[in-house]
Design a protein around this ligand. Structure first.
Ligand code: 5GP
Length: 119
């Protein structure tokens, strides 16, 4: 069940600040507060989805399209369209344990991860 007290819900409600990159009706992107590389953005939907599967299963086509538009515009804004989330920039440890229970996508780029134990 979705917990409205998670930190990204607070960001969406404007209760805590973030360094916003771009947004539309369906999603928002902002810089990660604790970047693991020189470029580390987070993209979140405005809708209440705990994780990736729930987003895929429950979000409307418009929400999903709007979310991916924010991903693309974030990559454009950061100038990382050619290398985000590639093996070279995101490291070789694909297993990620989610810590914030609001679905989000990490856009990591610029170098190999500073902390290889991040994941
Ligand atoms: P997860 O571990 O769930 O995949 O990623 C959660 C991410 O949210 C982490 O990279 C963490 O640094 C970031 N994060 C946690 N709290 C905040 C916050 O208050 N503001 C921002 N901008 N990022 C946060």
């Amino acid at each position: 069940m979705y917990d409205k007290s998670n930190v990204f819900a607070k960001i969406l409600r404007g209760e805590i600040p973030c360094k916003k990159i771009c947004e539309n009706e369906y999603g928002v992107s902002f810089h990660d507060i604790s970047p693991c590389a020189s470029q580390h953005a987070l993209v979140i939907p405005r809708g209440e989805y705990v994780n990736f599967y729930e987003f895929l299963a429950r979000a409307s086509a418009a929400e999903q399209a709007g979310f991916w538009t924010v991903v693309k515009e974030t990559a454009d804004a950061l100038g990382i369209r050619d290398d985000f989330n590639t093996w070279a920039s995101a490291g070789d440890a694909p297993f990620v344990k989610q810590s914030v229970p609001h679905f989000h996508l990490h856009l990591v780029a610029g170098e190999r991860l500073k902390d290889p134990t991040y994941f």
